[in-house]
Design a protein around this ligand. Structure first.
Ligand SMILES: [Zn+2]
Length: 482
């Protein structure tokens, strides 16, 4: 019955024209309705965001905290948004700053900006919201973009609009709302699924790639994209007046590749499609109607968002395709199955990296074997361990650590990506193929659209009938000798 109702609603909305392409939003999720306009000359985005909060917690909520990620790029920020080794690659135009300005918040008693580094907007509600109740606030804000090859920045060809709006802090029943701090090592994000209705207006001639497929309307020399996305933990956009686009359908999903410098664009798209098909078959179905891959200026290899990923134009071919596969795996591990990326980065990064190993193992034509990739992770990890033990006398090899505790990008990469690969490969060796893949499928279906903690992941593998606690503990706590 629900399905029929949903189809009927979609037909009504389609008949209505541009208004909406999606089905009815989930009644038990919060919703972001964002109307934004980007001015390429001023390099600013002005926006109004209505946030309809649904209290899915067991507690009375009186203050809504929102992460203000673009403030990490402002002059005088307490934390550098870019690792020092990537600084010159990121700031291609010299020092540059950006920020988010909250102009007003209505529907509340008062609001203020605070947190550890002006990174949180606190909205004090006029009345508390009890479990399963709703409240709405409207936030007017503007974002100025730094010239930086990063998640939120103007690059030579593309404006990267990742993390551009106030994002409600994720809520843990035990500890309350979690305020993200923009550390340069890792992805300092943690958010819960919500529904989105986003519109973006840009000058005609600009093309926008986003977490969903947009419907467009032209008026007065401007084009407005309108997007609907249900049950997503973030929404990102990338805008350019130089994009070329190739697309293909995979299992009913529109996979599109936006690029400006790729002589083998069809090939890149082919790899993305192969990865989409393989991960859907191996872990479970992809949840969204579209998936966009965006070539852009980016100081690291790539960056994942629900339904969209950024790919650095600075990568050589082999690495570029590897990044396509890794970022696509994040659609399963991060986008659909969430985790606190600031505390347990190894959960999504380790699994995305090991999923990349699985992809290459299943696609021998790329010339990369499981043995070779696991060996490369082991060699890199051992080198890190040896160097850090010599320099610091000992090495903290625990994996569940706040991003702020990593001494360097080098340590972070080895403990989350490489040790993650070693953890999952050792697990697979230990419990066998069938139990390993059934544990992964179980983990995916149990935590799709939700947030998993390390013990939840362990429990999914334990359900296969094997005691895996000791193995996970030895890797994650750092007692395993590798
Ligand atoms: Zn990753």
């Amino acid at each position: 019955m629900k399905k029929i109702l949903c189809i009927a609603l979609c037909v009504v909305m389609l008949v209505g024209g541009l208004t909406f392409a999606g089905c009815a939003p989930d009644a038990s999720l919060s919703k972001y309705t964002i109307a934004a306009e980007y001015d390429p000359e001023a390099e600013t985005l002005t926006a109004q965001m209505q946030f309809d909060y649904y209290n899915a917690t067991d507690n009375e909520i009186s203050v809504l905290p929102f992460n203000l990620f673009p403030n990490a790029f402002r002059e005088g920020a307490a934390y550098e948004p870019v690792s020092s080794v990537y600084h010159s690659v990121a700031y291609y135009d010299g020092e540059s700053y950006g920020s988010i300005t909250v102009n007003s918040v209505s529907g509340c008693e008062r609001w203020e900006i605070g947190g550890e580094d002006e990174n949180v907007l606190f909205v004090y509600l006029a009345e508390s919201v009890f479990p399963e109740e709703r409240a709405s606030v409207v936030i007017d804000f503007s974002v100025s973009f730094a010239h930086v090859r990063h998640r939120t920045g103007v690059t030579e060809h593309v404006v990267n609009m990742g993390n551009f709006y106030p994002v409600l802090c994720a809520y843990d029943e035990a500890t309350g709302f979690y305020e993200c701090v923009y550390y340069s090592d890792g992805d300092p994000f943690y958010s819960e699924c919500a529904d989105y209705d986003v519109s973006l207006t840009v000058p005609a001639g600009y093309i926008a790639a986003a977490s969903a497929e947009g419907k467009t309307a032209q008026k007065d020399g401007k084009v407005t994209y309108r997007y609907a996305l249900s049950s997503a933990r973030d929404f990102a956009i990338a805008v350019s007046d130089g994009f070329e686009v190739v697309s293909r359908q995979v299992n009913g999903v529109t996979v599109s590749y936006y690029y400006y410098d790729d002589g083998e664009a069809q090939n890149t798209l082919e790899t993305a499609c192969e990865a989409m098909a393989y991960f859907a078959e191996t872990f479970g179905d992809y949840a969204y109607a579209s998936y966009a891959l965006v070539q852009t200026g980016f100081c690291y290899g790539g960056m994942e968002y629900p339904g969209m990923v950024l790919l650095s134009d600075g990568l050589e071919r082999e690495n570029y395709l590897y990044t396509v596969v890794h970022e696509t795996a994040h659609q399963w591990w991060y986008a659909m199955v969430g985790n606190n990326q600031q505390e347990y980065a190894w959960m999504d990064e380790g699994l995305a990296e090991y999923s990349t190993v699985l992809f290459y193992e299943a696609h021998p034509s790329y010339g990369k074997t499981r043995e070779e990739l696991v060996h490369a992770a082991l060699t890199s990890y051992k080198a890190y361990y040896s160097i850090y033990s010599q320099i610091f006398g000992q090495s903290d090899t625990s994996m569940s650590r706040n991003l702020g505790t990593f001494i360097s990008e080098y340590e972070y990469v080895n403990l989350t990506y490489n040790k993650g690969v070693l953890l999952f490969d050792t697990l697979r060796e230990g419990i066998g193929e069938n139990k390993f893949f059934s544990g992964l499928k179980n983990y995916f279906s149990s935590y799709r659209f939700a947030v998993a903690k390390p013990e939840d992941m362990v429990a999914c593998f334990r359900k296969t009938g094997v005691d895996v606690d000791g193995l996970f503990d030895s890797f994650v706590l750092g007692s395993a000798v590798i």
